[in-house]
Design a protein. Sequence first.
Length: 298
Amino acid sequence: MAGVELAAAVAVSLERSGFSGCTEVVSMRPVNGGSINDAYVATMASGERLFVKYHQAEPGLGADQCAMMFDAEWNGLELLRKAGCFRVPQPLAVGRLASGAFLAMEHIDIRPLRDQRRFGELLAEMHLAVGAERFGLESDNWIGSTPQPNKWHASWVDLLRVRLEYQLDRAQLTGEAGQMGQALLQRLPSFFEGVEIRPSLIHGDLYAGNCAADEHGNPVVYDPAVYWGHHESELGIMHMFGGFSPELFEAYHQRIPRAPGFDKRLAIYQLYHALNHYNLFGSGYRTMCASLLKQALS
Ligand code: ADP
């Protein structure tokens, strides 16, 4: 994406959104982004910096959908901000170009997360807060660039089934893995017997790359795929790729103890992300999907 064109579009969108700061962009510097979007730091004429994510339209994800994806991210960031536990960047403007769409937000001077115990405490605090009576959200959103079914459901297991079904449909696993996928869907309620589930606010994509600390050491989270769901579902991806210390989980489980059957459900919650990675990034994740299916069903 040409920086000049993006800079002009960001300025217009900030004005339209009623941004109270300076809207004149003097430079748009590409920075190392995540795995899904291009990332830029915009420097404004006032010296303020903004963080801008841009997604180029692609087959199956046109410019309008890219803008909807960023609207959903905005909504998620606002929900996390409202929860008041973590520092979360303030979303400022979403804009659509012919080639794609962007989301401009507050720039945070992020550093590595050091106080993981505190992070675990805050996560438990967020999960324990009461806020919704059903599971899901008022609209679907995206996990990475994969659509995430997110309609309101009275039953958590029903919502989880819809989501697993969606990822399994996209994955089209063949052979034993495919059969295990279908068996898991059938047996899904049995993993939740006797477990009390209340809707908790879930970040939804909380791997170590989506959290950090700010300049004062306060934990920061970003890039969410938010919904109201079973608190344990947050922990799936946290246990998959490393980067979180035992102290974090110890602090979390001091406040929210593991319920019976936790390990099997954790495998299912990991499977959801493994399937999503398989669908996004390809066959390297197939073995992970098969082994998590085996773990859950054994
Ligand atoms: P993607 O959607 O592509 O995964 P992310 O939202 O994870 O992109 O952002 C990519 C990287 O940019 C993050 O890993 C983080 O290092 C940095 N980042 C994200 N949000 C901000 C922000 N508001 N301010 C400064 N840096 C940020």
